[in-house]
Design a protein around this ligand. Sequence first.
Ligand code: SAM
Length: 230
Amino acid sequence: MDALGYIDCGDNREEILYPWIRDTVLARDPRRVLDFGCGDARFALQLARLIRNGRVTAYDRDPHMREQARRRIGAVASSDAGQTGACNVVVCDAPEADWTGAFDAVVMLGVWMCWRTHAECVETLSLLARSLTPGGVLIAAVTHPCFRDCRFATYRTDFGPANYLANGTPFQVFVGERGKEIVIEDYHWNLEAMMAQATEAGLRVATLKEHSDGLAGELPSWLSLVFTRA
Ligand SMILES: C[S@@+](CC[C@H](N)C(=O)[O-])C[C@H]1O[C@@H](n2cnc3c(N)ncnc32)[C@H](O)[C@@H]1O
């Protein structure tokens, strides 16, 4: 995956995905939030501005992404002089033991499709399930597995619908403006597989949101799943 290329790929996730996730997190009036697979922490920063008396922890397994996240947070913090809550974001280098029971909300945007095997999915989801407070939620957003063969405004894939039941199938995603697209390799997990992995990890789905790819009525390019601990 061209992970760093994703930072400025010019896709529409900030318009069609982030607002709903932000509102869903904020409705819970959380104190501690984890952005797991934070990329350059742009979502974590948006959230931190709106959370009073709280803290957002940002983690990405890719050290280059963590570096980008620290750079972005540093730039925002120095331009705001710490007035807006931007400093309430901390980037951590590894999942911590003290994450257990620590977060009122965990967000995971565009991350599940990075995982190659059922075991990796269950193991990672289990870590996140353990990280929730008893009433906490895990909000996971994925590119919609049922519509991978559609060409959306800012991404398309080479996934064939005949593979829908073939879980773990790798596919390429072309993201961004035509002519300047970046290519990412992702892995397909269908709805049944995601539900089975979540259940195995001790999670139960509470809500689903299918995000129209722009104007109302367009097919959903993203799917968000809100989980609680089972
Ligand atoms: C498509 S990017 C999304 C970044 C960010 N969430 C956003 O919306 O801009 C996926 C990110 O998830 C990270 N990632 C994938 N699996 C992970 C894991 N098990 N732990 C932490 N980060 C992970 C990748 O390194 C990559 O930066």
